[in-house]
Design a protein around this ligand. Structure first.
Ligand SMILES: Nc1ncnc2c1ncn2[C@@H]1O[C@H](COP(=O)(O)OP(=O)(O)OP(=O)(O)O)[C@@H](O)[C@H]1O
Ligand SMILES: [Mg+2]
Length: 360
């Protein structure tokens, strides 16, 4: 793990960029540093690989003070994505990505294969390896920066606003890919961003920095949203914290309510029993494979109108967020959402109480 103990950074002109910071970042977790501009995020990151030296206090990686390690050794174990990509302008994209593997003396074939693999991982075209950084857009350069940091597969990644220069759609895609990659690689990542939604999506834990480089709060995304400890943190989290919490929970984790389900050939009595048990005046009709055929009001059985089922399309999949489920719920005529499994079969009924319980 990475452990800051009473770390202060004072620049020669007297600016205190980081003020007595205590922070422990767990191995294999993604810790996000967020906060307003100038609050010391980049400086904190740069003290880990000693691009800036702490003025007071210690930073230890796996129990060892970073000052006791040689710079080469320390930085070899840490990929660093700079805030503004920081690519070498006179080297091609391929050469930029190959920087650390070259230093490590890998042979040419292995380097070329790794470069190809990484270009693909960060979603760039293979023909870009021969270009120079100025021939790429800002967002593409940032992705090359990520590829370069990943090149020698270091256990620790320090990432300074790596997705800041891309549009919201590409950013969302990069975040998804990044989460999938992290699931596979399990690296220890320190990730700086301005974007609170990005922090909530990606972070295992979030450190909110306040003005003057002090730590305002350090917590999991859910704990931060559920109980922010100061007005500053409340302001920083922005509007609708409870909706943001809903976006952290999948529909698969919510507790369903009793569902009034019947078979297509159920009679009036069976329908009445199912509805009574669930406290509804309607039933959900499931076919033999537990797929939703539609719904009926109980009256339809009494009137015997041929009982054509009504369409039921208020559904979410188990992998959707509860925020998505709420979006469906507000438009749902019956005030419920049906959760479907991967095969599209009925897997439980959610109503407002399910959302409420997920947050309480
Ligand atoms: N070399 C330096 N000399 C003096 N002051 C510096 C130096 N580098 C950074 N600072 C100051 O330290 C403070 C923290 O800077 P830092 O770059 O860590 O902020 P940041 O949180 O990363 O901001 P941003 O979100 O804008 O990137 C700022 O007030 C900045 O002006
Ligand atoms: Mg910065």
């Amino acid at each position: 793990m990475i452990e800051f103990s009473s770390v202060t950074k004072r620049f020669p002109d007297g600016t205190v960029a980081v003020d007595s910071l205590d922070l422990t970042m767990a191995t294999g977790e993604l810790t996000v540093l967020v906060g307003p501009s100038g609050c010391g995020k980049t400086t904190s990151l740069r003290m880990i690989n000693r691009l800036d030296e702490a003025s007071e206090g210690t930073i230890a990686v796996d129990g060892q003070d970073v000052r006791s390690r040689s710079l080469t050794d320390l930085r070899r174990g840490m990929g660093y994505v700079m805030q503004h990509s920081g690519l070498f302008p006179h080297r091609t994209i391929g050469d930029n990505i190959a920087t650390v593997p070259r230093l490590l003396g890998w042979d040419k074939k292995r380097i070329a294969a790794r470069v190809d693999e990484l270009i693909d991982t960060v979603g760039l075209d293979a023909d870009m390896v021969a270009r120079y950084p100025h021939q790429l857009s800002g967002g593409q350069q940032q992705r090359v920066g990520v590829a370069r940091a990943l090149a020698a597969d270091p256990p620790i990644m320090l990432m300074d606003e790596p997705f800041a220069a891309v549009d919201p759609i590409v950013r969302k895609r990069l975040q998804d890919e990044f989460l999938a990659l992290q699931e596979r690689l399990g690296k220890t990542i320190v990730f700086v961003t301005h974007d609170i939604d990005e922090a909530i999506r990606l972070g295992d834990r979030i450190a909110v920095f306040g003005e003057g480089g002090h730590l305002a709060q350090f917590a999991t995304p859910d704990a931060l949203l559920a109980s922010p400890q100061s007005d500053f943190v409340v302001d920083f989290l922005g509007a609708e914290p409870q909706l943001k919490r809903l976006s952290l929970i999948t529909a698969g984790r919510a507790t369903p309510v009793e569902a009034p389900v019947v078979a297509p050939d159920a009679d009036a009595e069976a329908a009445a029993t199912a509805a009574h048990r669930a406290g509804t005046d309607w039933v959900l009709v499931l076919d033999g494979e537990r797929r939703i055929a539609g719904w009926h009001r109980l009256e339809a059985y009494r009137q015997d109108t041929g009982r054509a089922v009504e369409r039921f399309d208020a559904t979410v999949s188990a992998a959707d967020t509860l925020r998505a489920a709420l979006g469906v719920l507000v438009l749902s005529q019956l005030g419920v959402v049906a959760r479907l499994d991967e095969a599209g079969r009925f897997d439980g009924l959610l109503d407002q109480s399910s959302l409420n319980r997920a947050l309480c």
